[in-house]
Design a protein around this ligand. Sequence first.
Ligand SMILES: *Cc1c(COP(=O)(O)O)cnc(C)c1O
Length: 449
Amino acid sequence: MAPYVHERSRYNLEDGALPTQWYNIQADLAHPLAPYLGADGQPADPAALAAIFPPPLIEQEVSTERWFDIPGAVLDVLHTYRPGPLNRARQFEKALGLPDNVHIYYKYEGINASGSHKANTAIPQAYYNKISGISKLSTETGAGQWGSALSMAGAQLGIEVEVFMVGVSYDQKPYRRIFMECFGAKVHRSPTTLTQAGRAMLAKDPDTLGSLGLAISEAVEVAATHPDVNYSLGSVLNHVALHQTIIGQEAILQMELAGEEPDVVIACIGGGSNFAGLAFPWYLRRKEGKTKTRLLAAEPKACPTLTAGAYEYDFGDEAKLTPQMMMYTLGHDFVPPGIHAGGLRYHGDSPLVSQLVHDGEVEATSVWQKDVFAAALEFARSEALLPAPESAHAIAAAAAEAKAAAEAGEARTILFGLSGHGFLDLSAYENYISGKLQDYDFATGAVVE
Ligand SMILES: *Cc1c(COP(=O)(O)O)cnc(C)c1O
């Protein structure tokens, strides 16, 4: 019998090796971000955001300082689950039949109880609101992961949390609601009759499944009308992208341990913070001339914001309560079909990621839902890890990159972000396995066979 030769597949950092600063890409853009526009159509005064956000987050939102120190109290809580793992997916590579020169690595964010990268910003947001004298955070949740993350952070940092949960997810994912309640949050099925925005939508369509844009309207309305309540957003905004950059900073250190430089860095994209968190530190590294890696965002074909949307000013929510942002958008009144990746059902996208796509710094691709679930199960069965359906968009895109490289006979090192686990998405997997899952064509709105 030949002696066993261990092929390393885990590249993890020591406890305490968590980055102590966040990277602000606004310091390194080719041109400044287009300003947010207020209700009068003029550039919004950042102070106007003070009704719903605390001063430290507003400062981070507009700053062009390259680095922000992470407060010690935030690092303490982040250390309950970070630094996070980076693995080489050797068993998945085998399952795909890849040649020796095509490698796939993944950075895993499903390592906290709430199950996704969203905890990385929930924790600092809870902290900054708490030290600014706020007693409660109101927020929306689509698939439930953001509400879960904020509920968990609220419990850890001692601040109340009220969640407006998109109707379709509330119905499909009771365990998510229960999870939030375990951490002490109050959860409503959106739209509700508690807000003007909710009542208006229910009057128009009493059977509505809700949408992320509408749930945002409800949560913002509650914050704007109560002085001790602030709003908390789990994606899209610049300060959220900032908090997520610990992902990419860790990944750079870990790829150095692995002794490889990725040719392409891939992450799924809903509002953009997960993609930003993994990709922005690599953008800086590329700017510094240390890597040539491509940056690729993967989105659903049913909600193809970056690949089929318009780059223009639009509102972040259905009721037009938010400032207008320059971004790729499918329109603030777009209600995506009930696909099983609730975290990717958003009409808009991060203004930062949008600008980088528009400038050609970041690429985007869209994937069919059925291909996503096929890739998810192939990954699950080889790597023994059940991915969130959102994350599986990145797996599908990574597998496509790997196969294309293999077919072209080229070497390729691929790094993708596995943004969360799928333990609370089992009904989506059941739908796929039983053949009930459908694909929707964005252009016609029709089911694709
Ligand atoms: C929310 C979520 C996403 C989408 O994140 P964005 O930062 O909004 O793009 C991706 N994966 C998982 C597991 C999520 O929970």
